[in-house]
Structure formats: structure tokens, C-alpha cells
Design a protein around this ligand. Structure first.
Ligand SMILES: NC(=O)c1ccc[n+]([C@@H]2O[C@H](COP(=O)([O-])OP(=O)(O)OC[C@H]3O[C@@H](n4cnc5c(N)ncnc54)[C@H](OP(=O)(O)O)[C@@H]3O)[C@@H](O)[C@H]2O)c1
Length: 278
């Protein structure tokens, strides 16, 4: 099987391409600057020329606060870029897997979101990702939408690396305690994507490590597991001035993935421990 992966050099893409190759998948890697998915004509023509069996669209403008400022760039990559990849998939009749986010939800629920819950994004990044989902759903019959959250992995800047860097600079760290989600290790997510992409069980899936926490609890676990002695103080989102609003409770119920494969992803604490060891 040949799979085209966009955003291949990103945090998730790096682990995903490695895991696909380890499983004898032929991978075509696309990323900037060579393959810009906002170039619609070129993207469609290249997909028609390469004719992969399946496509995984990870490429995105992922800076959540940056999206509030650089809206046209965010729209160009996340919406127009997805549209180009979808058009290409349509032309060659290849199933497409689109990665999406818990930020398509408003966070007003107090139980984990189900796959068919209505999206209602409260920031521009979430809006563009919800629009990209809509394009995939309306233009393709054979698609997977995989929503995930709070990613950490070796190949990118993420919350874990930010906390460890901050811990070198300051004895006391202030971390938000009123946003709840599920941290997810890119290696575990990549393995789940590998399982899913080989099937024809199309549809929307939520895939995260098990368990939920606040960013404050997440930071506490990072400090504990690394044996550091920094003090962590809980603060509210209002105390942190950020361009984009974040959902308060955006945990994702992995029901459909668990039903399909009979297993769930390991608890985030275990995944974090392995990530820190590696
Ligand atoms: N990180 C999270 O917590 C999280 C949570 C939920 C969902 N997701 C989704 O998961 C996917 C992967 O996220 P990630 O954290 O691995 O992000 P990432 O590290 O920022 O990777 C995205 C990759 O896409 C590339 N890219 C950007 N614009 C492009 C374009 N026009 N054409 C081709 N490639 C382009 C980026 O290149 P540059 O670095 O050069 O811009 C980067 O290599 C994204 O779709 C994201 O929305 C992420």
C-alpha cells in the first residue's frame, strides 16, 4: 500500500511516517516548502500523477493563538489546503484520513464529546478545522476524520517541552487549572492511525490516550516524573492573556475506536512516562 502523508515533517507526521514504514507501507512525504497544499492546482495534479492508495492529511497551521492573528494564512492552509487534497482524493478515488481536533467543540459539555456531537468552535483554529471536516464529509464517501487532543511527541514543540524549558528558568510555574482534556502521545496516535487506515471502517473517530486532566495536573505529572522540584501554582484561563479562547472541557469519548478495535489507548500518564524515558 502507498500512502501520501501531508505535514509529514511535523510532530505527528514524523512518528506516523516512521511507524507506517516499519509496517511496510510505502510512504510519500509531503511538507513545506516542496509541497504546499495551498497551491490547489499543483496539489491536485501531483495527487493525480502519484496515485497513492490512501491519503492522510496532517498539514495544518497549528498555532492556535497565531490563527487569531494570521487568519488568512490559517484559512489558506486549514480550509483551502484541505479542499485541494480532498479534490485530489476525489479525482483518484482514494480514501482520505483527515486529522482534526477537540477544539471543534465549545467545551460547554460536562461529559466527554461523542463523535456525532455538533461542533461549535470558539476560536479561529477550531473554526478552520471544523470547516475542513465539513469539506471532507460533504465531498468524499470514503473518509476517516480522526479528532485528537493535546499532542506531545519528540518531533515538535509541545506542552511537555515548554514545561521542561520553563522549569530550567524558574522555580515556580503558573499553569492553567480550568481547562480539561486528554494528553495524547504522537506514537500512540500514529499506531492507531496505522490500524485505522488499513480498514474500510470509514467515519468519524475520537482517538486520545485514556484519562483526563487539567494543564495544571499535566504539568505536575511532568515535574514529578522528571524528578524536578519546581513548584506549580494553579491559575485560571482569565489570568493568562492569550489571543485564542480555549474550550473548558474538551475531552473526547473514544467509543467508536474502542468498539471497532476492542481496545483503548493506554492512560496518558503511562504514555508520558515512556515519552520522557525516550
Ligand atoms: N498538536 C496538537 O495538540 C494537535 C491536537 C489536535 C489535532 N492536531 C492536528 O494534528 C495535525 C498534526 O499536528 P502537529 O502537532 O504534528 O502539527 P505540526 O507539527 O505543526 O505539523 C504540521 C506540519 O504541516 C506543515 N504545513 C503547514 N502548512 C503547510 C502547507 N501549506 N503545505 C504543506 N504542509 C504544511 C508544517 O510545516 P511548517 O512547520 O513549516 O509550518 C508542519 O510540518 C494537524 O492537522 C493538527 O491540526 C494537533
Amino acid at each position: 500500500m502507498t500512502i501520501l502523508v501531508t505535514g509529514a515533517k511535523g510532530m505527528l507526521g514524523t512518528d506516523l511516517c516512521r511507524i507506517l514504514r516499519e509496517n511496510n507501507v510505502e510512504v510519500i512525504e509531503w511538507d513545506l516548502p516542496g509541497n504546499d497544499i495551498t497551491d490547489v492546482t499543483r496539489t491536485v495534479n501531483q495527487i493525480k500523477r502519484l496515485r497513492p492508495d490512501r491519503i492522510i492529511n496532517l498539514a495544518a497551521y497549528t498555532d492556535v493563538d497565531g490563527c487569531e492573528v494570521a487568519k488568512s494564512r490559517a484559512y489558506a492552509v486549514n480550509v483551502q489546503g484541505t479542499w485541494a487534497v480532498v479534490l485530489g482524493a476525489q479525482k483518484i478515488k482514494a480514501p482520505l484520513l483527515q486529522i482534526s481536533t477537540d477544539y471543534v467543540f465549545d467545551g460547554a459539555k460536562d461529559v466527554p464529546y461523542l463523535e456525532d456531537d455538533e461542533s461549535n468552535p470558539i476560536n479561529y483554529y477550531g473554526l478552520t478545522k471544523a470547516q475542513s471536516e465539513a469539506i471532507v464529509r460533504t465531498k468524499l464517501k470514503e473518509f476517516f476524520i480522526v479528532r485528537t487532543s493535546w499532542l506531545f511527541g519528540k518531533a515538535g514543540k509541545n506542552f511537555v517541552s515548554s514545561i521542561l524549558n520553563a522549569a530550567k528558568e524558574k522555580d515556580t510555574l503558573e499553569v492553567v487549572n480550568d481547562q480539561i482534556g486528554s494528553p495524547t502521545y504522537t506514537v500512540d496516535l500514529a499506531q492507531a492511525i496505522h490500524k485505522l487506515i488499513q480498514t474500510d471502517f470509514f467515519g468519524i473517530y475520537h482517538v486520545t490516550n485514556s484519562g483526563i486532566c487539567s494543564w495544571f495536573e499535566f504539568a505536575g505529572e511532568i515535574i514529578k516524573l522528571t524528578g524536578l522540584k519546581n513548584k506549580i501554582i494553579p491559575i485560571t484561563s482569565n489570568q493568562l492573556e492569550r489571543a485564542a479562547k480555549r474550550p473548558k472541557f474538551s475531552t473526547l469519548n473514544n467509543h467508536r475506536y474502542i468498539k471497532t478495535f476492542g481496545q483503548f489507548l493506554r492512560p496518558w500518564r503511562k504514555a508520558l512516562a515512556q515519552y520522557l524515558k525516550s
